[in-house]
Design a protein around this ligand. Sequence first.
Ligand SMILES: NC(=O)c1ccc[n+]([C@@H]2O[C@H](COP(=O)([O-])OP(=O)(O)OC[C@H]3O[C@@H](n4cnc5c(N)ncnc54)[C@H](OP(=O)(O)O)[C@@H]3O)[C@@H](O)[C@H]2O)c1
Length: 336
Amino acid sequence: MTMQTRTLGTTGPQVSALGLGCMGMSAVYGDADRAESVATIHAALEAGVTLLDTGDFYGMGHNEMLIGEALRAAPAARREQALLSVKFGALRDPDGGWTGYDGRPAAVKNFAAYSLGRLGVDHIDVYRLSRLDPAVPIEETVGAMAELVEKGHVRHIGLSEVGAETIRRAAATAPICDLQIEYSLISRGIETEILPTARELGIGVTAYGVLSRGLISGHFTADRQLAANDFRALSPRFQGENLRHNLNLVEALRKVAEEKGVSVAQIAIAWVLSRGEDIVPLVGARRRDRLTEALGALDVRLDEADLRAIEEAVPADAAAGDRYPTQQMAHLDSER
Ligand SMILES: NC(=O)c1ccc[n+]([C@@H]2O[C@H](COP(=O)([O-])OP(=O)(O)OC[C@H]3O[C@@H](n4cnc5c(N)ncnc54)[C@H](OP(=O)(O)O)[C@@H]3O)[C@@H](O)[C@H]2O)c1
């Protein structure tokens, strides 16, 4: 088992160069197969993946319980190598609605207590507020997380989808190991200000949506029927003319991938890996075959000519449609 590694910022842990994002295993992209989800987590650990990402609101605790179950069923050595990155703060209702965010110090501790119980662990490796709570100064939320670190319940503090000013304020309060944020060939907004700020402050990036939720994986087709509980059924990038436009970009990327003898998903993941040693892509595989494909990206080396061809196929800002529906865009401090 030889897995490439990267370090999350100057204060964070060493992790596998690819992390496994477990969100899709809890009904975010339509229903997922529980046994296959557990098998995928086991296969990832077996392959040397150490970073598992979740959120307490993915399936209202379902995702954390699934990970807890997978870890308990794994051999001790595999269980011990797992580093858990957990998001909190999103408020849900019983119908699956999103009703806001809560970053109050008492809420932070409450969320953490429940997550530790559902995961069945005595500490969380990286804990992060999923979206900035506009009613609570970030210093107060991060201050509460720092108390969790002092008490040993959490090892490191991370951020998610926040902009440069919030990153600076958070980093002035306590050491921040990484920022989790969307970054892919078709979501390059962080390049202007957010990524340089993170780099200046020694904060790593765990990049999500590197396949743009499957859109640029090479497997998504225009005629795919999406279930009502699939995020993509509402995502602007997956609608009508936007979808047709975006899939044309994928076909251009497919030509570059084929020239190199790799798959579209592999070239898209390899491109994010090539953006810097401080970036760790999270891949949202929920099946073992997808995981195997994603891990293959670690062997893809992109030279200058490859990078030029990729940029030509998918220029920055080429995507049609926002990365979230309008009401969810409004919660992104990173888009202000
Ligand atoms: N901080 C945040 O705000 C935030 C937001 C979203 C996600 N995340 C985290 O980031 C992780 C990754 O995000 P994501 O799931 O949107 O990312 P993604 O990797 O861009 O998309 C995953 C989807 O791509 C499709 N796919 C096709 N080929 C694949 C392959 N070889 N490997 C993996 N997936 C393939 C799968 O859809 P099908 O199975 O339908 O083919 C899969 O559900 C999540 O699991 C979550 O932990 C964080």
